[in-house]
Design a protein. Structure first.
Length: 85
């Protein structure tokens, strides 16, 4: 399900939460974030507004995450998540 996904930065991973199986979107995003090196990013793709994940990152990893909204529905939401620290 990689249609409509924007061009990525070199080496940037796509985390497609629409294909999550039994793992929650939040668990996928947090795991992918924790695996990032500083100043690297991934694109989160979801079938719902992932704003809650943005808030979770701000609360649980304060000052460490950047969030860039790339697409905001109504069928696909995408955000670039960057580890800033």
């Amino acid at each position: 399900m990689t249609e409509n996904i924007p061009p990525t930065h070199a080496g940037e991973q796509i985390v497609d939460a629409r294909e999550r199986g039994t793992m929650s979107c939040a668990d996928m995003a947090m795991g992918a974030f924790d695996a990032l090196d500083a100043q690297t990013s991934f694109v989160l793709v979801a079938d719902h507004d992932p704003r809650g994940i943005h808030y979770m990152l701000d609360a649980e990893r304060p000052g460490a995450a950047g969030w860039e909204e790339l697409e905001s529905g109504p069928e696909i939401w995408q955000a670039r998540v960057t580890r800033t620290a």
